[in-house]
Write a protein that binds this ligand. Structure first.
Ligand code: B16
Ligand code: MG
Length: 211
């Protein structure tokens, strides 16, 4: 087999919480009188919550205290968590579910490599809390994508070297993280814009052509 393991980004790859991130950031930006649109939101893909706020604040005039920033981060996450309540197993796409089951039968090690501190909550909502061999997420790392830390930790957790794993990503920051860590990478969604990934996926099940 070409790869021993696959490391999946969560948001934008396994499920679509990106629309909820957008809604929560849009509400936070509106409250501050800051312009925010989907193009700016795309820059937040794969980026940690704190770094996302810095990107949102690029359009804020004046200085903001650390206390105020911390307040915004809490309130943004509260809005996001509220929106996540709507999620259920219905939010796991059939094509994604079927493909994951086939990959598991092939005895590949399967891991999550997500910048999100809410990864476990989301996996539970879509019924995948016990599916993966390892979950490496935003609660376990000190440097967010494009740093490779989250993927290196995922590989370590499944006992594999980066060269033995394929990373699946929808974010430019995530693709950069995978390449910086020495992984091969397959892009889906927004990451198709990047020339860095070795493979491009039109649909999630295209992964089956690579393993
Ligand atoms: P949280 P991923 C990332 O998840 C999102 O793409 C990104 O937009 C978000 O800012 C980041 O998680 C942190 O999320 O606020 O839930 O900790 O794509 O790496 O699975
Ligand atoms: Mg993502």
């Amino acid at each position: 087999m070409r790869f021993e393991g696959i490391i999946f980004d969560l948001d934008g790859v396994i499920c679509s919480t990106d629309e909820y991130h957008y809604e929560a950031w849009k509400k936070s930006a509106d409250d501050l009188g800051i312009y925010f649109d989907k193009q700016i939101n795309n820059r937040l893909r794969g980026v940690s919550r704190g770094e996302s706020l810095e990107i949102v604040l690029e359009r804020y005039d004046g200085m903001m205290s650390q206390e105020k920033k911390a307040e915004i981060l809490i309130s943004k996450n509260d809005i996001y968590l509220q929106l996540l309540q709507k999620m259920s197993t219905k939010d796991l796409d059939k094509d994604v579910k079927k493909t994951l089951e086939i990959l598991k039968k092939k005895e590949l090690k399967l891991a999550i490599g997500s910048s999100s501190k809410n990864a476990k909550i989301i996996l539970k909502k879509i019924g995948l809390e016990n599916f993966f061999d390892a979950i490496s997420d935003g609660t376990m790392i000190t440097k967010s994508k494009p740093d490779p830390e989250v993927f290196l930790l995922a590989a370590d957790m499944i006992g594999l070297k980066p060269q033995e794993c394929l990373v699946i990503e929808d974010a430019i920051a995530g693709v950069e993280a995978a390449k910086a860590g020495g992984f091969e990478c397959a892009a889906i969604g927004d990451a198709l814009k990047s020339d860095l990934p070795e493979y491009k996926l039109n649909t999630f099940s295209d992964i089956l052509k690579l393993v």
